[in-house]
Design a protein around this ligand. Structure first.
Ligand SMILES: [Zn+2]
Ligand SMILES: [Zn+2]
Length: 297
């Protein structure tokens, strides 16, 4: 008659074969079977408010949800000229334009997602980058970005701020995403010349203009003629994504798509671009004409 421990050891081995090796959930540390996916337990995964349903075809803002919450103020699903009902736009994207071709997000910036983003960003829970990147990779695959984009580029942090924090969470996400999608991540491609805090001196429009202008491309050759996947943790006003996309396009990138883990829904978007100025950069103006994007100098 076999000893009980022998049975349990055999059972355990069998479970290892069937379920794969155990690994802790990146959020709550509960043991889960590791299949190489996002490595989150069912409970933590189901706590993530996924951005599902009708979404803006440009910025991926969940249109119906915003309509419910804002009494319709944030919604304009009616198609603009030449647009079908299958490519709806939020009001911000209908009235304003972006430098990026399209943005996509995994989840809404609330509840468990707000906690995850805060833990990665402010509490150095670096182990969260991989599961977040896994979900972002799934989003990229759904949107065809995994095939379309050539390189991943994280939104940069000001060097002083990065020195204080010790890491750039967008770069961690970009590196993890790059490994999952077999896409090169270029953490040094973009640079930020000014810290966000200094923008308090500007009014709202000035803040957006300033936010757009603080980004530059440090190595144009690395992105020239390439389709870039811009990576960040949260999409809020879109000014940061536009600033980075503008710098990448000016460096010669063919297109810029944005993927973020979360999209802010509480924030009333200020997507409006200032009108193109007369003395604008000729290269930007040419690009603006070809892509329909309103650019500022
Ligand atoms: Zn968990
Ligand atoms: Zn939109």
């Amino acid at each position: 008659m076999p000893m009980p421990w022998a049975i349990s050891a055999a059972t355990s081995k069998l479970l290892d074969v069937i379920l794969g090796p155990q690994t802790p959930c990146a959020v709550c540390s509960a043991p889960i079977a590791s299949f190489g996916g996002p490595e989150l337990c069912g409970q933590c995964l189901s706590a993530i408010p996924m951005a599902v349903g009708l979404r803006c075809s440009k910025c991926s803002a969940p249109i119906r949800l915003r309509q419910d919450r804002t009494g319709g103020a944030g919604v304009a699903a009616a198609p603009a000229s030449g647009r079908g009902a299958d490519t709806p736009l939020c009001r911000g994207c209908e009235t304003g334009r972006h430098y990026f071709a399209a943005a996509s997000s995994v989840a809404l910036y609330e509840g468990a997602v707000r906690t995850m983003v805060g833990d990665l960003k402010y509490r150095a829970r670096l182990e969260l980058a991989r599961p977040m990147a896994w979900l972002m990779a799934e989003e990229c695959a759904k949107r065809g970005l995994a095939m379309k984009c050539d390189v991943a580029v994280p939104v940069p942090m000001h060097p002083a701020k990065q020195a204080r924090r010790g890491y750039n969470q967008a770069a961690l996400l970009s590196d993890a995403l790059g490994r999952i999608l077999w896409m090169k991540s270029l953490p040094e491609a973009l640079s930020k010349s000014e810290e966000q805090e200094s923008q308090t001196m500007h009014d709202r429009a000035g803040r957006r203009t300033n936010a757009i202008r603080v980004y530059g491309c440090a190595s144009p050759a690395s992105v020239a003629r390439r389709c870039v996947l811009l990576v960040d943790d949260v999409l809020t006003s879109g000014a940061t994504a536009d600033g980075c996309a503008r710098a990448l396009l000016r460096a010669g990138a063919s297109e810029v798509y944005v993927v973020t883990f979360a999209i802010s829904v509480a924030d009333a978007r200020d997507w409006m671009e200032p009108k193109a100025r007369g003395a604008g950069d000729m290269r930007d103006a040419r690009r603006a004409r070809s892509s329909g994007v309103i650019l500022e100098k």
